[in-house]
Design a protein around this ligand. Structure first.
Ligand SMILES: Nc1nc2c(ncn2[C@@H]2O[C@H](COP(=O)(O)OP(=O)(O)OP(=O)(O)O)[C@@H](O)[C@H]2O)c(=O)[nH]1
Ligand SMILES: [Mg+2]
Length: 619
């Protein structure tokens, strides 16, 4: 283990966001609002343990593992010209260097990781050409004491995808891309970006818009500047707005060993570090904005309650109007909770639409793929064209499933937006009414506290789609929050191996050829059928997850609004019963309380404004 290149004595201050959430949490608890407190605690937990996963992807042998090592100045990923990374390696922060393995059925984050001896580690994560046996673990974790990883950055070194989307590995990489926060796409200076690399880049950028491209081995290929220019031109032509970072791992390592700053800059790594830090900051700012929005909403609900009491104490003549308005507000909150609520209807309708759209979409895509495959099988000279059938099928299936996935994710975001609109308006009315009641007797300030539609959506927990610009890189799209994964692409080889063996085709006579053709037809059709079956299952699961998530989210908010309305009414009834002396005592306490709560709510408003106006970084 070497020195930490990013080690610095900087201690993080308690941020204005965390201290605001703490304050709001204390208020919620003080007023016995467990529901608001639970939501705020949840936000605090999220702020305390942020994660931001950055996927390092690219073709074989491009220097992905070396990049992770050079970045961290630690040998955490095995690198070699003839040893390939065979399983994804998750590198995260830990006080000590430690390695764990996760078995195949553990999923991405589930399961109990098994400790691995450091001495066994390289053998377990790599594969040489000679030794192609199945790997023991589906993924491995490395924890390492590095400053850069401290704020939740997780670097994921992935196995290379040879041939881009037409490789057997591509599906797994696409799936991982669908849930990553950012991507480093690795190519090297030995040659310009190939067509398969560009195709993979385009997909990667689509699935995960925060993406940079690393051009490695600049120390080894003197012509790297020419390659860099050509790559820039390729990206321009493909209309891909992607930063290219020239890098050299050996220069970086040498610079860190000798403390040579200029050489470190020349290695290109400080720019990559800065890029990753920005990604982290933007993720943190997004989480921070969401947390502040939650505090803003909770505090305003408390302010409304205290303001109602204040109005009742200072302006008792308007008791009846106040009672009427609050009763109406409660009825609205009741409606919001009921199964006939507009948002519930909107959600049910849109989910039903999505389910049928998704079913239709996969059907159409797979049908056209079946036709394409049948034409390909029928038209070509089997001894030649059929050999590339396997990569071709991977390519086509991956493209089709990625498009299908994008449809689900886009629609999930659209549904969330639509339901938020239906819900937000109603919720807004409840709040305005409560505020108006209070405002009649106090000041006009509560009216100013009503949401703009942007903050209202935020407060409902509906985030802007990721990759958005200024101030709107808030959190993630619904697809990401829910963890929608790209549908599976099944391994083809087992199904086609027998039928497609070159020897069989070459030696077959005419009559046998017909039989073989029919067999190949059947194998391909069977493969596509099975893929479709799995994809349908995956998509249905995805639709169900989106529905559940949105239902729970909005139902939680509806319950919160209801509690607020009930509390306000209780205050009204209680205050009416008080005698003169009690009222005077309470007014003193209430006035101070209102001023105090308002000050905290104002802080929330100011911080929210600042965050929304900012560039996605914390203030
Ligand atoms: N000169 C030079 N060699 C490099 C650089 N980066 C990687 N290499 C070499 O390139 C070879 C492949 O590097 P890896 O880091 O294993 O590449 P990879 O992309 O992880 O490879 P797979 O896991 O097989 O896909 C190794 O021999 C590295 O030493 C670099 O910046 N400069
Ligand atoms: Mg590797």
């Amino acid at each position: 283990m070497h020195a930490d290149p990013d080690a610095s004595p900087v201690e993080r201050d308690r941020s204005p966001v965390t201290s605001l959430i703490d304050a709001a949490l204390a208020e919620a608890r003080g007023y016995g609002r467990d529901d608001l407190a639970a939501r705020l605690s949840d936000q605090l937990r999220r702020l305390a343990s942020p994660t931001c996963s950055v996927l390092v992807v690219g073709e074989f042998n491009k220097g992905k593992s070396s990049l992770v090592n050079a970045l961290l100045n630690a040998r955490v990923c095995a690198t070699d010209a003839d040893i390939a990374t065979a399983v994804p390696t998750f590198v995260r922060y830990g006080e000590q260097l430690a390695t764990y393995g996760r078995s195949a059925d553990d999923g991405r984050n589930g399961g109990q990781p098994q400790p691995i001896e450091l001495t066994d580690f390289e053998r377990l994560v790599t594969r040489t050409d000679r030794d192609r046996q199945a790997v023991t673990f589906a993924a491995v974790d490395v924890s390492v004491p590095r400053q850069l990883l401290r704020d939740g950055l997780v670097l994921v070194d992935t196995p290379g995808v040879g041939g881009g989307l037409s490789s057997a590995h591509a599906a797994a990489t696409l799936r991982a891309l669908a849930s990553a926060d950012a991507v480093v796409f690795v190519t090297d200076a030995s040659q310009e970006l190939t067509a398969p690399e560009l195709a993979l880049l385009r997909r990667a950028k689509e699935l995960c818009p925060r993406l940079v491209c690393a051009l490695t081995k600049t120390d080894f290929y003197p012509e790297w500047r020419r390659i860099l220019d050509i790559d820039h031109a390729h990206l321009r032509r493909a209309r891909l707005d992607i930063t290219l970072l020239p890098l050299s791992a050996p220069l970086r390592q040498h610079a860190l060993r000798t403390g040579d700053r200029d050489m470190n800059v020349e290695s290109g790594y400080p720019r990559l570090t800065a890029e990753l830090r920005t990604t982290l900051e933007m993720g943190a700012a997004g989480a921070g904005t969401a947390a502040v929005a939650a505090a803003h909403s909770a505090l305003n609900q408390l302010v409304a309650q205290v303001a109602t009491e204040h109005g009742e104490l200072t302006d008792p003549e308007h008791h009846r109007t106040r009672l009427a308005k609050l009763t109406e507000a409660k009825q609205q909150a009741d409606k919001l909770r009921g199964s006939g609520a507009r948002w519930q209807q909107a959600l049910a309708d849109r989910i039903a639409d999505l389910a049928s759209t998704v079913d239709l979409d996969i059907g159409v895509r797979m049908r056209s793929l079946r036709k394409l495959a049948a034409d390909k099988l029928a038209g070509a000279d089997p001894t030649k064209a059929w050999l590339d059938l396997e990569p071709w099928l991977y390519q086509q299936t991956n493209e089709a499933l990625a498009d299908h996935f994008r449809l689900i994710r886009d629609q999930a975001d659209a549904i969330a937006d639509h339901v938020a609109e239906q819900f937000g308006e109603a919720a807004l009315r409840v709040d305005t009414d409560l505020s108006a009641v209070a405002a009649g007797a106090v000041t006009g300030r509560e009216a100013e506290l009503t949401f703009t539609s942007r903050t209202s959506r935020l407060e409902l927990g509906i985030a802007a789609a990721r990759g958005g610009s200024v101030g709107m890189v808030l959190t993630h799209s619904v697809g990401l929050i829910v963890g929608l994964g790209l549908p599976v692409t099944l391994p083809i080889t087992a199904l086609l191996a027998g039928v497609l063996a070159r020897k069989t085709w070459k030696t077959a006579r005419q009559a046998q050829l017909r039989g073989l053709r029919a067999e190949a037809d059947r194998a391909v059709a069977g493969y596509l059928e099975e893929t479709e079956l799995w994809a349908r299952k995956d998509s249905r699961d995805a639709v169900r997850k989106v529905q559940q998530y949105l239902r729970d989210l909005f139902a939680g908010h509806a319950a919160e609004r209801h509690t607020s309305a009930v509390r306000n009414l209780e205050v009204l009834v209680r205050t009416e019963r008080d005698d003169e002396q009690t009222r005077r005592d309470r007014l003193r306490h209430n006035t101070a309380e209102l001023a105090r709560l308002r000050a905290v709510a104002d802080r929330a408003q100011a911080l929210l404004d600042e965050l929304l106006a900012g560039d996605g970084r914390p203030p």
